[in-house]
Design a protein around this ligand. Structure first.
Ligand SMILES: Nc1ncnc2c1ncn2[C@@H]1O[C@H](COP(=O)(O)OP(=O)(O)OP(=O)(O)O)[C@@H](O)[C@H]1O
Ligand SMILES: [Mg+2]
Length: 251
């Protein structure tokens, strides 16, 4: 379980996050949703130990972390894949396993297992530069999952993809999260993506960045055009609109 207690973060004299309280259960799929600049990436980075914080406490599986200590086994996936373009798909996944001192043969088996999980086993020899955006993001996903992370942090990983590829990858990520039971924390601007993926959608507002709603998603997600889905879309859309207008945001 992840517990964030009364967390604050400033950049210079700018208050980026204020009074953040959040509990995330093991295996939960959490989505941070909010307007640009509301602190989603900052909060994700703080949870992963990639960014310091000024005040408050973060406890992961009963271990408290301060701004000086870094949680273990948190892996982050970026929007721009962050792959090694001069290596092929298999070597990119193997790269993540290098630090683990696993014998070569076993490491290859593990890497191939995860490439298969993301439906890319047939592309193992392909150089990254020859893969499509969706395929690159699949390699990034396999590379992140192969080390069996405790928590997977995903910062708008699908935002550069076309709608069709994006929906396909959302389906696959949801299936993977159910199979592996990894705790997922996913950032997006997209309401539909948030509802489709999240067990809970955490809505944030900017200036200063704070959590304004924590919405459990308990609907049947298969039909994105179903009434329940559309009602939730409307409800969450209203939240976002309120907080943007409060801040005089121009949409
Ligand atoms: N290193 C930094 N130095 C100064 N200010 C920063 C820094 N990183 C972030 N900020 C500021 O903190 C606020 C939150 O930034 P953050 O990147 O977390 O927002 P976000 O919600 O992820 O936005 P987006 O949706 O555009 O990615 C913004 O106003 C940003 O300008
Ligand atoms: Mg961001």
């Amino acid at each position: 379980m992840i517990q964030i207690k009364d967390c604050y973060k400033t950049f210079g004299n700018y208050q980026a996050l204020e009074n953040i309280h959040l509990k995330i259960n093991k295996g939960e799929f959490i989505v941070f949703l909010g307007a640009s600049g509301c602190g989603k990436t900052t909060l994700l980075n703080i949870i992963g130990g990639f960014e310091s914080f000024d005040k408050g406490e973060i406890i992961i599986d009963s271990i408290p972390y301060t701004h000086k200590t870094k949680p273990k086994d948190c892996i982050k996936i970026f929007q721009d894949y962050a792959l090694l373009p001069w290596k092929n798909a298999l070597d990119n996944v193997l790269f993540a396993l290098q630090a683990k001192n696993i014998p070569k043969k076993e490491a290859k088996q593990i890497a191939l297992h995860y490439l298969k999980l993301v439906h890319l086993d047939k592309f193992q020899d392909r150089f990254i530069t020859t893969l499509s955006g969706g395929q690159k993001q699949r390699v990034a996903l396999a590379r992140a999952l192969c080390v069996n992370p405790n928590i997977l942090l995903l910062d708008e990983p699908f935002s550069a993809l076309d709608n069709f590829t994006r929906n396909t990858l959302q389906n696959e990520l949801l299936n993977i999260s159910k199979t592996l039971k990894t705790t997922m924390i996913f950032v997006t601007h997209d309401i539909e993506e948030a509802i489709f993926l999240g067990d809970r959608v955490i809505i944030m507002s900017p200036n200063p960045g704070k959590i304004v709603a924590d919405i459990p998603i308990k609907i049947n997600k298969i039909d994105r055009y179903g009434l329940d889905f559309l009602d939730l879309k409307r409800e969450i859309g209203a939240y976002l609109k309120t907080y943007r207008f409060d801040m005089n945001y121009v949409i």
